[in-house]
Design a protein around this ligand. Structure first.
Ligand SMILES: [Zn+2]
Length: 199
């Protein structure tokens, strides 16, 4: 880098640019690299991209994965839209891609959607749903088919935790009832030591 280039870069750095999402003027160091963009930086600032990744895309990513997996297996119908899952609200998003890349300038519009609301807790157990998708655990979101003989169709899906869905699939309603009654009666003994003397 020549001294002139260095000065120009330092000058650009102090100028910063406006984020296309939050419209704030920020230092260039607040933008990640975007190799195909003319200025070599992303249009959105780091915190806007992080916010998008942390919140908005999580549900969408999960939904698309789920749909892909079901369709790949091919034995169960999957016709639901995101909004057919209780507790989900979406909005249409039109992303404008205006800029220049190494092939010249472009001006495109992309139609897409993002979730504005989606379940944060299990409908059955009330436990927190873990949307981070770092593997599968009891708190992972699990889309239950109310009637397992039917597919993922409107009116037949409920969002619950993986734990609740495993309980439902591994035991009959009668077994779950017996389990709850047993567990509740023993819990009572635990909290009321006087009762233990009765035995
Ligand atoms: Zn921003």
């Amino acid at each position: 880098m020549t001294a002139e280039e260095f000065i120009k870069q330092a000058h650009d750095q102090s100028k910063g640019k406006v984020c296309s999402k939050c419209k704030e003027h920020k230092l260039l160091s607040e933008f990640d690299k975007g190799i195909r963009h003319k200025d070599g930086l992303q249009y959105q600032c780091k915190s806007c991209i992080k916010e998008y990744k942390d919140n908005v895309c999580r549900f969408k990513k999960w939904f698309q994965n789920k749909k892909g997996r079901v369709k790949q297996k091919g034995n169960v119908e999957f016709t639901i839209l995101p909004t057919d899952i209780p507790g989900v609200k979406i909005r249409e998003v039109i992303t404008k891609g205006i800029g220049e890349n190494k092939y010249g300038s472009f001006n495109r519009k992309y139609k897409s959607w993002e979730a504005t609301e989606y379940p944060k807790v299990c409908t059955v157990l009330g436990i927190k749903l873990d949307w981070d998708m770092n593997g599968c655990n009891n708190n992972s979101p699990s889309l239950d088919r109310v009637n397992p003989k039917l597919g993922y169709i409107k009116g037949n899906v409920i969002m619950m935790s993986n734990l609740a869905n495993k309980m439902k699939n591994n035991a009959t309603p009668e077994e779950l009832k017996q389990f709850s009654e047993y567990h509740l009666s023993h819990q009572q003994l635990d909290t009321n030591p006087n009762q233990i003397g009765l035995f």
